[in-house]
Ligand binder design. Structure first.
Ligand code: C5P
Length: 319
């Protein structure tokens, strides 16, 4: 048996640059792991079966689960190991909100890949794991790497930054509202395609990327300047998700006010949403923001968490 903690991520920055020939979007993102984790337990099976156990009503336990797909991919790529070892039973203890823009499914897939690498002694390199991860989803390579990173391309091209800011995120999500990532990108394309850069024009693409690499968010992170990190939060997908979900838009306004009242640093939606987060420099400030939002929105449908930034995407638990 092997147990891992798979951390959620938030996007400190998400800019949509243009369309790619593969139908995806060219992105520039800054991703950050936060210590809000699903627990993933892998138990070897002697037959080549893949069994997913999860008691969360919104998590599928069939072949559509990303952890299932991760095992199937490894079985396909390593047929000899599969013949020797068989299959695996994966138990997912879900703590990361589902359909939330927090990469919960991708984190589960990342934990499954790393877990199988250890259990089945596949001897995969970091690059090998990342390449397998990229086949499963754009956020999986980041979930394998963890920490604070610039992610470009589809999001799979991950460049981990040396320092993880020591901040706290207050995360808020209505349980009853989920956003489909394909819907968010499709709607963005419908409304903003005229702003896309021509990706054939490498010069303008590189120029735009370079602006981010030397950009204000990266500078703020490198300098450990919490105030500036809060100021430079950015997410293009807010433009389509917030108008479609007025309740989330209202939630963001409530969090902006709570941040003003309790020294919060900035508020933004994560990924394709609908999770909204507020950053704080200390646990105490984060707790005050949590309390203030809870007082304003006394609704059991609203899940609220305080999660510190962490340098790890995955944590292997001692046996
Ligand atoms: O890679 P992943 O499976 O997480 O992507 C989900 C969907 O989000 C894709 O099918 C695509 O519609 C959209 N997407 C995109 N551009 C990206 C990442 C995701 O258009 N860079």
């Amino acid at each position: 048996m092997l147990t891992l903690l798979a951390n959620a991520k938030i996007n400190l920055y998400l800019e949509i640059i243009g369309s790619r020939p593969d139908g995806f979007h060219e992105l520039v993102m800054v991703m950050q792991s936060v210590a809000l984790a699903d627990q993933i337990t892998l138990k070897p099976l002697t037959t080549p079966t893949i069994q997913i156990l999860c008691d969360h009503p919104q998590v599928p336990t069939d072949h559509t689960n990303l952890a299932y797909k991760a095992v199937a991919l490894v079985q396909k790529r390593f047929p000899n190991r599969t013949n020797q070892r068989g299959g695996v039973e994966i138990t997912i203890d879900k703590k990361i909100p589902v359909g939330a823009g927090l990469a919960g499914g991708s984190a589960n897939a990342a934990a499954t890949l790393l877990g199988l690498d250890v259990l089945w002694q596949l001897g995969l390199t970091r690059t090998g794991l990342q390449a397998l991860g990229a086949e499963l989803g754009s956020d999986v390579p980041f979930c394998l790497a963890g920490g604070c990173a610039i992610a470009t391309g589809r999001g799979e091209d991950v460049d981990v930054l040396r320092h993880t800011p020591q901040l706290f995120a207050v995360l808020a999500k209505y349980n009853s509202i989920s956003v489909s990532t394909p819907w968010a990108y499709k709607t963005y394309r419908q409304q903003f395609e005229h702003t896309y850069l021509n990706l054939g024009d490498r010069a303008s693409l590189i120029e735009r990327r370079d602006r981010l690499h030397s950009g204000k968010m990266i500078e703020a992170i490198a300098a450990g300047n919490a105030t500036k990190i809060g100021t430079h939060l950015y997410n293009d997908l807010e433009k389509v998700v917030l108008p479609a979900h007025p309740k989330v838009s209202q939630l963001k306004e409530t969090m902006i006010q709570a941040a003003k009242d309790h020294s919060g640093l900035g508020t933004m939606m994560s990924g394709s949403g609908p999770t909204v987060f507020t950053l704080a420099a200390t646990r105490q400030q984060a707790d005050s923001i949590w309390q203030s939002v809870r007082q304003q929105i006394d609704d059991t449908d609203l899940a609220l968490h305080v999660a510190p930034f962490t340098a790890r995407g995955l944590v292997t638990q001692p046996r």
